[in-house]
Design a protein around this ligand. Structure first.
Ligand SMILES: CNc1nc2cc3nc(NC)[nH]c3cc2c(=O)[nH]1
Ligand SMILES: [Zn+2]
Length: 374
């Protein structure tokens, strides 16, 4: 019995988006779904109880960060990441490749793997597909990601082609090194930049290795949204319809809608939690920067259309006060609301798919949020 299975429920007649369920050893979740990011084995300022209250079904943690601190050996000794952080629902860990490219100032990529400096103390480190699998096998997430190269944007065609071919060879090495396929699903990551032939080559290489799920990588790295949408339009149809599709590092509310329309099932992004910690909120009528003086005597909730615990009990004036004073409780309130907002958006997307009206919903949501404003 495979660790991860995808159950297709229906396809939206209006948009082509799909409604599904992903089954994992730690439970199931409906898709399209957003995964809160818990880099260091915590979704910053949120407890597991907060996450369950808001309806979070699966969270993401970072292999690179946990390898460095506290170390995969300690988490393994503690009984794995679920036990260590007291989260008994599904967990996905990324494979560290992206952090190495985005965090480390020095890196050398060879066939063997990637040599780089520890961003905390500058020591030289070496990450290979085999090491990446060992760490993730120790952490014990339900879904693991293959070790890949996320190329910079933009990148030369020849560089991208060589990178795709190496990422495919690395994916095969990951499969060979995977010790626990019966209780951890390993997803392949499709690369290829904005070139249709390279995306096709990457997808075909990975599909021949028969992964239980596939991610679309190499996006949300600074490219215009039209480029991301175009790449998705010709990439997701290449992927098996009976497996989950995960768009890495996405994203903003409009990208969650547009990615769902283009056949994506799973999303992750640090945006909601990161902007929450500087007092920027996602609301049904657009972004709200609660530090702004105009909210000093504004006793309304952050979002008058939000039914979350924060919007039922606290005012803009109070949250502005806490955020300006740097009170931790203020960041708990802003983080809770932003995550709730995105999880609610995903439920609205799933409901629009059930009613075959996701394109209509897109128009309504974009109009209210202000995405249509020039
Ligand atoms: C773990 N491998 C891997 N992670 C990623 C994380 C990302 N996060 C973003 N935007 C925030 N783009 C990403 C691409 C990749 C990617 O291509 N590969
Ligand atoms: Zn709210």
């Amino acid at each position: 019995m495979a660790a991860i299975t995808y159950e297709h429920i229906k396809t939206c007649k209006q948009s082509g988006a799909r409604l599904g369920i992903v089954h994992t050893p730690h439970g199931s979740f409906e898709t399209p779904m957003f995964m809160p990011v818990g880099t260091l084995a915590t979704v910053k300022t949120m407890s597991p109880e907060d996450l369950k209250d808001m309806g979070a079904k699966i969270i993401l943690s970072n292999t690179y960060h946990l390898w460095l601190r506290p170390g995969n050996e300690i988490i393994k000794e503690a009984g794995g990441l679920h036990r260590f952080m007291n989260w008994d629902r599904p967990i996905l860990t990324d494979s560290g490749g992206f952090q190495v490219f985005s965090l480390s100032d020095m890196r050398k990529i060879t066939e063997e793997g990637v040599e780089f400096r520890n961003h905390l103390n500058g020591e030289r480190l070496f990450l290979t597909p085999e090491k990446c699998m060992e760490i993730q096998n120790d952490l014990g997430p339900d879904i693991m990601m293959a070790f890949d190269e996320c190329p910079p944007y933009p990148a030369e065609y020849d560089y991208l082609k060589a990178s795709v071919e190496r990422t495919s060879r690395w994916a095969e090495r990951c499969l060979k090194a995977h010790k626990r396929p019966e209780d951890q699903g390993l997803f392949g990551i499709v690369q290829g930049g904005e070139y249709e032939d390279l995306r096709r080559q990457s997808a075909e290489d990975l599909i021949s290795l028969d992964f239980p799920g596939y991610a679309v990588g190499g996006l949300s790295v600074g490219e215009p949204k039209e480029v991301m949408n175009r790449v998705l339009e010709f990439t997701t149809p290449l992927l098996p319809a009976d497996k989950p599709r995960y768009l890495m590092g996405v994203g903003s509310p409009d990208s969650l809608v547009d990615g769902s329309i283009r056949g994506i099932d799973m999303f992750d992004c640090v945006l909601p939690t990161r902007i929450a910690r500087n007092g920027t909120l996602m609301t049904s009528t657009g972004r709200l920067v609660v530090r702004n003086a105009k909210y000093a005597r504004d006793y309304r909730p952050l979002d008058e259309n939000c039914d979350c615990h924060v919007c039922q009990n606290y005012s803009r004036a109070y949250i502005r006060h806490l955020v300006k004073c740097g009170e931790t409780f203020g960041f708990r309130l802003t983080t809770y609301h932003n995550l709730y907002f995105l999880l609610k958006l995903m439920e609205n997307i799933r409901q629009a798919i059930r009613e075959d009206r996701l394109l209509d919903y897109r128009e309504e949501f974009f109009e209210a949020y202000g995405f249509n404003k020039p």
